[in-house]
Ligand binder design. Structure first.
Ligand SMILES: [Zn+2]
Length: 263
């Protein structure tokens, strides 16, 4: 899928988690619902850091370009080192290491750890990166028209304001994990979810997605998981734009209403 569909599906998924949390008696304060949806929308772009023309690789100028090259090389060498007898030969790292459940868990776990040990600046950094990505993903071409610097400023000011809102008692820094010292531990959850939702989105396209790595399936360790061939579509096709994106918006709206106990 393309950037906007990935981001919308990420936001919708977190709003769905909000609905489930409300049903389970852990109702999210509204800032957790909003910030989580934005983080998840941003995190749903992150796995494509292995592809140089992806939104995320362009989002932070030379920093993300450089990181993209490193991630592509790393992914490719991990692929070569771990490929099973049934896995095809490939020429680059796109849709390998960063498109797996293990990567999602490591990135999310790392973010949670940084949030509880790194203090306010770590929280602000996590918010900033994901808010910039959310703006790029959700506003797509509209964000391209303005300059990168404006998008970064928007990300930085919203990160500052939202962290201030979350910090107020009862507003959510201690949502779900309530012991002292566990503030913002939940920040990793929308990040794991966003990465997984990205992989599922890619699995629906022609080439599939090796979500299960390193768990082998038959002779393949990088099995491209996906539904039966006739249910798959090409990235950026009409199915994605005319069917899936409106569906994500409706589902997200219903999820948000349920999460806030309106329905
Ligand atoms: Zn992808």
């Amino acid at each position: 899928m393309m950037g906007p569909a990935h981001s919308l599906s990420g936001a919708a998924a977190w709003l769905g988690v909000g609905a489930a949390a409300a049903a389970a008696g852990h109702t999210m304060p509204w800032p957790v619902l909003v910030v989580g949806a934005l983080i998840c929308a941003g995190a749903a772009l992150a796995p494509d850091l292995d592809h140089k023309s992806a939104t995320i690789s362009r989002a932070f100028g030379p920093v993300s370009k450089g990181l993209c090259e490193i991630v592509d090389k790393l992914s490719y060498s991990v692929y070569k080192a771990t490929k099973g007898p049934g896995d095809p030969r490939r020429t680059g790292g796109h849709r390998t290491l960063t498109h797996t459940w293990l990567w999602a868990v490591l990135i999310g776990g790392g973010a949670s750890l940084a949030a509880i040990t790194g203090g306010r600046w770590a929280v602000l950094a996590i918010l900033f990166v994901h808010l910039v990505l959310a703006v790029e993903g959700l506003l797509w071409r509209a964000a391209r028209v303005s300059s990168d610097i404006l998008v970064w400023l928007l990300g930085a000011t919203s990160a500052w304001i939202l962290a201030g809102v979350l910090d107020q008692p009862g507003n959510g820094s201690a949502w779900l994990f309530t012991e002292p010292g566990q503030e913002y531990l939940w920040l990793g959850l929308p990040i794991v979810l966003g990465s997984l939702v990205h992989c599922i989105g890619d699995a629906l396209t022609i080439s599939g997605c090796p979500i299960l790595w390193p768990i082998p399936l038959g002779r393949k360790r990088w099995y491209p998981l996906g539904p039966p061939k006739f249910m798959r579509f090409r990235a950026g096709s009409w199915v994605e734009i005319k069917v899936l994106m409106p569906a994500f918006m409706v589902l997200g709206g219903v999820g948000a209403a349920a999460a806030l106990n309106f329905i």
